[in-house]
Write a protein that binds this ligand. Structure first.
Ligand SMILES: Nc1ncnc2c1ncn2[C@@H]1O[C@H](COP(=O)(O)OP(=O)(O)OP(=O)(O)O)[C@@H](O)[C@H]1O
Ligand SMILES: [Mg+2]
Length: 303
């Protein structure tokens, strides 16, 4: 096992607080595995210092922009430094929900969707309820369900102040499912499918990070043939997009049809996060997950 690992967390996206929690959990579990941990809080003014850290591996525990979007991965690639997770290209693709939709279009069912760059783009939209969301964001930040045209127009105008492009899509009613995948030496392993049952209308920021606001069922009670198809589609997407080490695919099961929503290349690792919960359901501890990621990343970098 790698002797020294720098856990990079924090960052300066809207998901900084979540990343701090993921980073602390990852650092603690690496310590329990006997690894020397160098915690690195990424801020604008510490970016350049990252390249001077003397470590065997960078464990990226960042979420959102400048963490999950390929930028930090690109910087480390340029400097020839080894890190965990997908490369800069896959990270950039998966962080952009529109590009991801375009690439997975033939592999899986998608909500009806369109790109929005101005409030004129939502005129004449006929499917309600609908969802308006930033193309590049996470943790449900900026996501709104809209029941009529006037709410849609208001939310669109508000979001366009902070984001230059949005996705407008059909609201898919159904059961929320998330599929965590981790690499092992024998290839990608799909963890038990997790069903997410938010007590609120959808799995928003609070429902994600405040205990008690969401119920979870794992393994999700889904008929075997449906389960098999969700797993096959998820692995196909993981491979198509070139994901590495770990990822989580979110979607909604409507009747027997699985609608794909997105891929997270650095899934949350907080106490309430989905991937660690799915891992526990198959007897894997947090240390097993983190240790496994280090192992596959290490093996890649030895090649
Ligand atoms: N088309 C849709 N139909 C129904 N609900 C949706 C739709 N799109 C998003 N949602 C709701 O919003 C939540 C967040 O959506 P999504 O996973 O696309 O965004 P995110 O902000 O990138 O999330 P993450 O925290 O996983 O990075 C979903 O889990 C779901 O509850
Ligand atoms: Mg999601």
């Amino acid at each position: 096992m790698t002797r020294r690992v720098a856990v990079v967390y924090g960052g300066f996206s809207n998901e900084r607080d979540v990343s701090v929690k993921s980073g602390i959990n990852i650092a603690k579990s690496l310590e329990r595995l006997g690894v020397e941990v160098l915690p690195f809080d990424l801020k604008r003014d510490t970016v350049a210092d990252l390249l001077d850290v003397k470590t065997d591996l960078f464990f990226l525990a960042l979420h959102g922009r400048f963490g999950e979007d390929g930028t930090i991965q690109g910087m480390l690639e340029l400097a020839g430094l080894p890190y965990t997770g997908s490369d800069s290209r896959t990270s950039a693709i998966c962080f952009d929900k529109e590009i991801t939709y375009r690439l997975v279009d033939r592999s899986v069912e998608l909500p009806v969707w369109k790109r929005v760059e101005s409030d004129r783009d939502v005129e004449g939209w006929e499917i309600f309820p609908c969802v308006i969301k930033p193309v590049r964001e996470g943790s449900s930040i900026g996501i709104h369900i809209c029941d009529d045209q006037s709410i849609l127009e208001d939310r669109t105008r508000e979001l366009l102040v902070a984001y230059d492009s949005l996705l407008l899509e059909e609201y898919i009613a159904g059961r929320e499912m998330t599929i965590s995948i981790i690499d092992s030496k024998d290839g990608p392993v799909v963890l038990p499918i997790l069903e997410i049952k938010p007590k609120k209308r959808f799995y928003d920021y609070e429902a994600k990070y405040i205990a008690g606001l969401t119920d979870f069922v794992v393994p999700a009670p889904v008929e075997e043939s449906v389960q098999k198809s969700i797993i096959e589609k998820s692995v196909a997407i993981y491979k198509l997009l070139g994901c590495r080490d770990l990822s989580r695919i979110d979607g909604i099961l409507n009747e027997d049809t699985f609608y794909f929503l997105e891929v997270n290349t650095i899934p949350g690792m907080t106490d309430l996060s989905d991937l660690p919960m799915s891992a526990r359901a198959m007897g894997m501890t947090f240390e097993d997950v983190v240790g496994g990621v280090v192992e596959v990343a290490e093996k890649r970098n030895r090649r």
